[in-house]
Ligand binder design. Structure first.
Ligand code: NAP
Length: 280
């Protein structure tokens, strides 16, 4: 089938993406004449690429590091959720109109609640990292009435800025910045989420010390390559329940697919393609 519409991922660098496998499997399953490609763009190429999007037959894009905030300046509108998170990971292109969305929050929440059966309501939650992915994760959790969210980032100004931003929008939720990672051992947390990239490289150390993991926690690492980061290996040894970020990747992709096509995403087909790609 010839591809009449082009979709793709923009970012730099784009070494390990599983998104083409997932989306091309969905297009092929639904017999849609479309193709999903990778577009590795330098900073100075971003504006020209987006301005020419409709001429290049582009109908939708995913956005990753380092463009999730930068693309906003070139979009006609952004969804209320993307505005709240302050980042766009999905763009719908209709003619010359570019609309921005964020499906990371939905992707994380669906993975957490549907696949892992974890309800954040009334739970103590500890978040490692206060970058772009953390903002999406924290918004999705803050909406679900947790008891407390504690955020730790090596750059304390960053975690404090995120806490202040969240407090403005979620007045009833107890949200605070931790001065050190040891705060994790000071009370019982039911959910620990790693939103930092620590664990992606083969010789990365475990981000958390042994004694800070308790067996009653669910430890969710947004990293999916490797499938078991040092944090997940340690947590498993300690008897905790674990999840990597493949579920989040799947559901953010499914939500993007639905925004682009208006069709229900074939989630099981997309999941199978992802699993196959991740196992390689
Ligand atoms: P980011 O914006 O760079 O945020 C990472 C944050 O973690 C930064 O604030 C960083 O601080 C902080 N950090 C680094 N080392 C730390 C440490 N030892 N302790 C505490 N904080 C630390 O990156 P991102 O876009 O949020 O992405 C983060 C990770 O999530 C990546 O691995 C990415 O692949 C993954 N991700 C997965 C999915 C999925 O679908 N599964 C979706 C989005 C992102 P500095 O800036 O000071 O270094």
């Amino acid at each position: 089938m010839t591809a009449s519409k082009i979709y793709g991922l923009i970012g730099y660098p784009l070494a390990h993406s599983l998104s083409p496998l997932m989306h091309n499997a969905a297009f092929s399953h639904l017999k849609i004449g479309a193709e999903y490609k990778l577009f590795s763009l330098k900073q100075e190429e971003l504006e020209g690429f987006l301005k020419n999007a409709s001429c290049a037959n582009l109908a939708g894009l995913n956005v990753t590091i380092p463009f999730k905030e930068k693309v906003i300046a070139f979009l006609e509108s952004i969804s209320p959720e993307a505005k709240l998170i302050g980042a766009v990971n999905t763009i719908k292109i209709s003619g010359n109109k570019l609309e921005g969305f964020n499906t990371d929050a939905r992707g994380f929440f669906k993975s957490l609640t549907s696949d892992l059966n974890f309800s954040p309501q009334n739970k103590n939650i500890f978040i490692l990292g206060a970058g772009g992915a953390s903002r999406a994760v924290c918004v999705s959790l803050a909406k679900a009435s947790p008891k407390k969210i504690v955020i730790f980032d090596i750059d304390q100004a960053k975690s404090e800025a995120l806490v202040n931003r969240l407090k403005e929008n979620f007045e009833g939720v107890d949200i605070l910045a931790a001065g050190s990672i040891e705060r994790l051992g000071e009370e019982k947390f039911e959910l620990l989420v790693n939103t930092t990239p620590i664990g992606m490289k083969k010789d990365d150390p475990c981000i958390v010390k042994d004694e800070l993991i308790n067996p009653d926690m669910l430890v969710y690492d947004l990293i999916y390559n490797p499938q078991k980061s040092a944090l997940l290996k340690l947590s498993l040894e300690k008897g905790a329940k674990i999840s990597n970020g493949l579920g989040m990747l799947l559901y953010q992709g499914a939500a993007a697919f639905e925004i682009w096509t208006g069709l229900k995403a074939p989630v099981s087909v997309m999941r199978r393609a992802l699993m196959k790609g991740a196992a390689k």
